[in-house]
Design a protein around this ligand. Structure first.
Ligand code: ATP
Ligand code: MG
Length: 419
């Protein structure tokens, strides 16, 4: 077996943005790396970091969890004192004795390389992969980066292996993102899940959108897998936008979306115990399936554990799996946001439901539920009668009567995307 090729990208990630992910992805591709580790500093050598390290870590986790071969690594975060790259490399060498290391940096960071501690050691241990960076003065274009490296030939003479990464310039930085967020605006090139995390908690000078956000985030992060936590934030992001579009209460939509899957990672037996102990009496089909029962257990936990009293929010959580005859616009927003959030794996009706959702909740919901019906039938599974009835009801609504009769295609993976 060949040696593992591991990319390392240090930084403060305050917060992580799409430029970081793009750099990691290009480096991985161009240097044929097995994986790239994003290594946030605990204490940065030359910068003051204001954001709590666990918040920076979670934002990294959720930004990376959809990316193949890009992983966050806590090694510097958990070390006492200043996070020096040579110490990170030394620890990684111990953890991966059979690996070759590639240190990935933008041209801005490269400019300061001669000030780095134990540079000789680093240059010996790693190949440097340098990316052009729009905001880095000298190192802007590819040609300028070449000239810039030429001027630093002494590094190569010191034994450095330096390669450039050919990637498009992305004019984005955490500094810029912090400034835009502080103005209460939505920055571009910030992954939606990260934007949602910042907005709920009011990071970077924003006003926290959810007053109990800190407690909710801690609990959700503890109770859900990283993928589920990321999905939850993506649903909340989408629900807010859909709610705004359809003049639905934005706070209720965001709160219901944040809690819609709060019970999803419990074992089925625990969901059943919650129902049993609290005199909740779902039908037999729902009781036997975690995929269905988590909405009922979740609605219960939203009240008992997260302190939600609002019946609209609790109902939206309750009916987000099977639907319900007479669903309100809020219920539909949460149901649909779950189906179309931006990190969903593709499924046959996804683009159609995504296209319809901002236009008509009723039409989007009907297409979405018919897709589920087709998927379930194809797999010879029972469709919950509540969903069957909701489809019938949706067909009677004026918005849907305008449509030509549709025939839902039977497909093998039309279940709303897997997580
Ligand atoms: P800040 O503005 O707070 O300095 P940043 O956006 O520069 O944040 P860092 O965490 O300092 O992010 O950077 C980590 C690494 O990612 C550095 O090597 C940096 O050069 C590189 N990097 C960050 N953004 C980009 C980008 N848009 N294009 C290329 N490289 C980037
Ligand atoms: Mg920087």
């Amino acid at each position: 077996m060949g040696r593992d090729r591991i990319g390392i990208m240090g930084g403060t990630f305050d917060p992580v943005h799409s430029g970081h992910i793009q750099l990691a992805a290009y480096a991985r591709e161009s240097a044929k790396l097995d994986r790239v580790l994003l290594v946030p500093d605990g204490v940065a050598p030359h910068k003051l970091i204001l954001t709590d390290k666990e918040d920076r870590w979670r934002m990294l986790e959720i930004a990376c969890c959809q990316e193949k071969g890009i992983e966050p690594c806590r090694i510097a975060l958990d070390r006492e004192g200043v996070s020096y790259p040579h110490e990170t490399i030394a620890m990684l060498e111990e953890a991966y004795p059979k690996a070759d290391f590639f240190y990935i940096i933008g041209a801005d960071a490269m400019m300061h390389l001669s000030h780095w501690r134990s540079l000789d050691y680093l240059l010996k241990k790693c190949t440097f992969l340098v990316a052009p960076r729009a905001s880095s003065g000298e190192g802007t274009s590819r040609e300028a980066l070449k000239a810039f490296l030429e001027e630093r030939r002494h590094l190569t003479e010191m034994g450095a292996h330096i390669q450039t990464i050919d990637m498009p310039l992305t004019d984005i930085s955490s500094t810029l993102i912090r400034a835009v967020l502080a103005k209460g605006e939505e920055p571009r090139l910030l992954p939606p899940v990260v934007a949602e995390y910042c907005g709920v908690l009011g990071l970077y000078g924003q006003t926290a959108r959810i007053p109990q956000g800190r407690v909710w985030m801690e609990r959700l992060h503890a109770d859900l897998t990283v993928k589920r936590f990321s999905h939850t934030l993506a649903v909340a992001y989408t629900a807010r936008n859909l709610a705004r579009n359809h003049h639905v209460d934005v706070y209720k939509a965001e709160a219901a979306a944040l809690l819609h899957d709060c019970a999803k990672c419990l074992p089925l037996s625990e969901m059943q115990k919650i129902c049993h102990d609290n005199a909740l009496t779902p039908d037999a089909l729902t009781f036997s399936s975690g995929n269905l029962l988590h909405s009922i257990a979740g609605s219960y936990l939203a009240r008992s554990l997260y302190g939600v009293e609002d019946p609209d929010i609790l109902r939206a959580i309750y009916c987000h799996t099977t639907g319900k005859v007479g669903m309100t616009a809020l219920d539909m927003v949460v149901y649909l946001a779950d189906k179309i959030e931006p990190t969903r794996a593709p499924y046959p009706t996804l683009s159609k439901v995504r296209m319809l959702a901002p236009l008509s909740l009723q039409r989007a919901l009907l297409v979405s539920m018919e897709g589920t019906q087709a998927y379930v039938r194809h797999g010879n599974h029972p469709l919950h009668p509540q969903t069957e009835r909701t489809i019938q009801w949706l067909r009677t609504l004026p918005e849907n009567k305008r449509d030509e009769p549709r025939k839902a295609k039977s497909t093998s993976n039309d279940k709303g995307g897997s997580l």
